[in-house]
Ligand binder design. Sequence first.
Ligand code: AMP
Ligand code: MG
Length: 409
Amino acid sequence: MMKVGAPKNMIMIDYRQAQKMVLGQARTFGKEHLPLELAFGRVLAEPIRADRDYPPFNRATMDGYALRYSDLAQGIRRFSIAETVFAGDRPTRFIQKGECYKIMTGAAVPGEADTVIRREDMTEAEKEVELNTVAPGSWRPFLNIARQGEDLQSGDSVIDRPCRCEPATMGLLATLGQAMVTVACLPRIALLTTGNEVVAAGAPVSGVQIRNSNRWMLEAALKKSGAGITAYAHVSDNPDRLRESLESVLGHDILILTGGVSAGEADYVPGVLEGLGVKRLFHKMAIRPGKPIWCGVAPSGGMVFALPGNPFSCLVNFVLLIGPYLDACWGLEPPEPLGLPLDAPRARRTPLDEFFPVRLHGSPARLTPVSLNGSGDIRLGRQANALALHPAGSSDLSEGAEVSCYSFV
Ligand code: AMP
Ligand code: MG
């Protein structure tokens, strides 16, 4: 068996410095062309311009009667209905003085009409319509008409930086006729969990074993970030097995490991990674939980994140480093923490920057600390939906204190 162990005497770095180092390694995963129906959740990687004016025609924004403003200005109050124009229709004839179109919301207002009076402001009888006496006199040209090009003009830039295809973006892309879109490729991500005591969720579990939660938590976190796992293995605490498993996945764009990075005698991960030529960026961040993280760059250029085994530590490391790294690789701005008040006091537990679970809720929004019995407490997933920061150097936090928080749902 090879003799490798965790490097000793590593200096802990500030998590902001660690973030800078990790983001400094961001690299593109390439681009691909996809049909729009596959684009949801992906990152758009091409600038988009308006293919025509928006609205593309003078659009009626109310059901009513389209007429000539000049008729109103001349005191005409009674109009004969020349035609009914539904959305998608073109009228067959022009209107003359004293005539109007009956028009529906979403229909193109024919050229000679320049005002739409709401249906409820007129009374219709036998192909004629008359303004109600109580109708408001605030008429003006283009009343109740969204004018062609008033939102965007043909050729205008609509999207000029990478953005995630969220529901509203999907609608926008469809509106602009983008049936095929260019999106950033997904990285190939390998996940290795380690630990002799860790067994799969469906497998028999002995009295001294625990179930593998990191696998599913990290896979879900990756999916939420718009990525996924392309290779997965669980490895025992054996440096030879670890080396073999690592050799087969070291060419991935991102490699995530959990467990085996602390100072225990079975914590082989840093030594084996370095033995395989992975260049260390840092080992240990000055935070709690998640301090033992080891981060490096593989010979292929892939990013390696070796996280401690405790589930809450993994989540903190993911939120602080892996999520932002993915975003940076895709050209997205890293998420900014929200500043929100605590609705209960919180005692300081460590001189380091400490991340603690909270429930972000309410109106006005606030944070309720969720008590955990250390980073190995499995109750994390029961109530918490965000991480909050108890900053290094601050004393106990009082009720109402504003803290930075990162949503993880
Ligand atoms: P380690 O970082 O390997 O020292 O593990 C720290 C703690 O996390 C130990 O109590 C492990 O049993 C636990 N742990 C390690 N891997 C996992 C996992 N995949 N799922 C749940 N708990 C784990
Ligand atoms: Mg372990």
